[in-house]
Design a protein around this ligand. Structure first.
Ligand SMILES: Cc1ncc(COP(=O)(O)O)c(C=O)c1O
Length: 374
């Protein structure tokens, strides 16, 4: 990761230093026959549903603006999730919500998260001028509840350079992905409850991008604590990463403020109609999740037999694998047509790569490329 080309000096002064000095989002586009690098669904949105969505889109008036705040789609999501529609906020990908929540509560304040972690929490914190506190996970990839609790309670002084100095560290947003990306670990609901109880004055965001693949979710917690926000996405289990839609489930009190920051008429009729069709036919998603979990177990059970690699249990649609040399493992797999994502630059993940659970055929190709029986 390196900052993009410096702008010419005539432009430099117009651009905030936090942006100029920030690295680009860490992603390299690589083409490969077996693509297991972005935790996408292994199969496209069903063809019959695509056709239905396109047919409906065809009949809609394209010259009219859509709902101001995607009210129709929020209502459909609320029905699917059993949530109060007043507590649903939809944007073009949950990526967008990550930045909006910092704008809502942490500009000039603080973003607290764990490390290693999904890159965007830290990137957006820097870009938006929030002080960043990253609490390391322990060796078993569990969260350090005591350390996080101390940060929330304000008993840990702000680091040097953080807003607020040493005396009273400012509050803001806490980001915890559950399942955690990229390790696939899942923090205990009792641990989350403890953190929620200490989180007065904070927004506690549980990023549930992969929740369908896990044994549990934090809905109950979010119902009881109005400052808890769940982030969900159509990009993973629903197989709609290209559609770009994500949403927050929270209290109406938080949602009504968050909505002010989302662009008006921000969700297109194309996105909205496709999501309606997906929600009306959600059984395809449930069946795919079931297959993905079975395939995840097959991959895990094969990978534990690898003589040199260590695979970690995961509740996501991906597995983290530690090797003696991530660059070599990545290159060897790519040489056989299989693309995985290196994670070895992240805190504590030396030698690691992440592999998405793909189709049965792609998983077999991955296992063979790894020298294991498919
Ligand atoms: C933990 C986590 N949160 C959020 C996202 C982004 O999802 P979206 O496609 O909805 O922006 C990802 C994408 O990989 C992710 O891994």
């Amino acid at each position: 990761m390196s900052p993009s080309t410096s702008p010419p000096s005539s432009v430099t002064t117009a651009i905030r230093a936090a942006v100029r000095t920030s690295p680009d989002y860490p992603f390299d586009l690589v083409a490969a026959p077996v693509k297991l690098d972005q935790n996408e669904a292994s199969a496209d949105f069903p063809a019959a549903l695509k056709a239905l969505a396109l047919e409906r889109i065809q009949r809609l008036p394209w010259h009219r603006y859509t709902d101001l705040n995607a009210e129709g789609l929020c209502a459909a999501i609320a029905r699917h999730e059993g949530w109060d529609p007043a507590g649903v906020v939809v944007t073009t990908g949950s990526n967008v919500l990550i930045a909006l929540l910092i704008q809502l509560s942490a500009i000039g304040g603080r973003v607290v998260t764990v490390k290693p972690n999904f890159a965007l929490y830290a990137l957006d914190a820097r870009l938006l001028g929030a002080a960043l506190t990253e609490v390391p996970l322990n060796d078993r990839h569990s969260i350090d509840v005591e350390a996080l609790a101390a940060v929330l309670a304000g008993t840990v002084p702000a680091a040097e350079g953080e807003e607020g100095g040493v005396a009273a560290p400012p509050k803001g947003v806490v980001y915890l992905p559950r399942p955690h990306a990229p390790t696939g670990s899942v923090c205990g609901l009792d641990e989350l409850e403890r953190l929620a109880q200490l989180s007065a004055g904070w927004l506690l965001v549980v990023d549930e991008a992969y929740h369908q693949f896990a044994d549990s979710n934090a809905e109950d917690l979010a119902r009881r604590h109005p400052n808890v926000v769940l982030l969900r996405t159509f990009s993973k289990a629903w197989g709609l990463a290209g559609l770009r839609l994500g949403y927050a489930l929270t209290s109406s009190a938080v949602a009504s403020q968050l909505r002010k920051l989302a662009p008006p008429f921000g969700v297109s009729l194309l996105q909205s109609e496709c999501a309606h069709v997906a929600l009306e036919h959600s059984s395809y998603m449930v069946e795919r999740v079931r297959q993905t979990v079975l395939e995840r177990e097959r991959l895990f059970n094969a990978l534990v037999r690898h003589p040199l690699w260590q695979v970690y249990p995961s509740q996501g649609n991906f597995l983290l694998v530690r090797t003696p040399d991530a660059a070599k493992a990545h290159a060897d797999l790519l040489g056989q047509g299989v693309l995985v994502r290196r994670q070895d630059k992240l805190h504590g993940l030396q030698g690691c790569f992440r592999v998405t659970v793909g189709s049965p055929e792609d998983n077999t190709r991955f296992l063979r490329a790894a020298g294991l029986e498919g």
